[in-house]
Design a binder for this molecule. Sequence first.
Ligand code: FNR
Length: 191
Amino acid sequence: MAETIRLLGMSGSLRKDSFNTALLHAAQELAPAGMTVEIADLSAMPLYNDDVREKGYPAPAQALREGIRRADAVLIATPEYNYSIPGVLKNAIDWASRPPEQPFDGKVVAIMGASPGRIGTARAQYHLRQCFVFLNSIVLNRPEVMVGGAAQVFKDGKLTDAPTRQFVSDLLTALSQAVARQRVLARSPAS
Ligand code: FNR
C-alpha cells in the first residue's frame, strides 16, 4: 500500500478572502488519495527578533517548525507584494529557518501563487526560490503555478477554472513523485 504523504501548506496572506489561501484549499480538494494538506496558521507569528529566539522560540514559531519537520513536503501559496514576497511569509520562513536543525534543510518544497494581475506572482515566486537556496530545500522546478486574473478563476472562494485546477493537480502529482524519490534516497544504503 502506498505511504501517506503529508503536506504542510503555507499561505502568504492573512486576508479572510485571500486568493492564495483559496489556492491551498483547492489543493486540499484536489489532493490524490493518500495525500493530506494541513494549512499552517501564521496569523499569530510575531515579528522576527533574534534576541527573542535566543531565549526560546515563541509558540507560533515553534509550532511552524514542528509542522514543517512532520510534513513530507511544504506547499507555499504566495501573493506578490511590490514585485516580491509578502512580509508575512518571509517573516514565517525566517522564524522557521534558524538553528537547531532548521526544518527546511532537505525538505521538498513547491511554490504556487495567485494575483488579480496578469503576471500571476512570477516575480515573487522567483524571489522565494532564492530563499530556499540558502535553506537547502528541494524546490520543484515544474510545473510553475502562476495564477493570474484571480478574480476570474475563483468564484466565492473556490477555484473554478478547469485549466488552473489541472495545474494544481499536476503540481500535487509532481510533489508526490519528489517525496517518493526522497524516500528511496533516504532508504538507500549509501545515504
Ligand atoms: C499588492 N498586489 C500586487 N499584485 C501583483 O500582481 N504584483 C504586485 O507587485 C502587487 N503588489 C502589492 C502590494 C501590496 C502591499 C498589496 C496589499 C497588494 C495585489 C495583490 O496581488 C492582491 O492584493 C492579492 O489579492 C493578494 O493576495 P491574497 O490576499 O488575495 O492572497
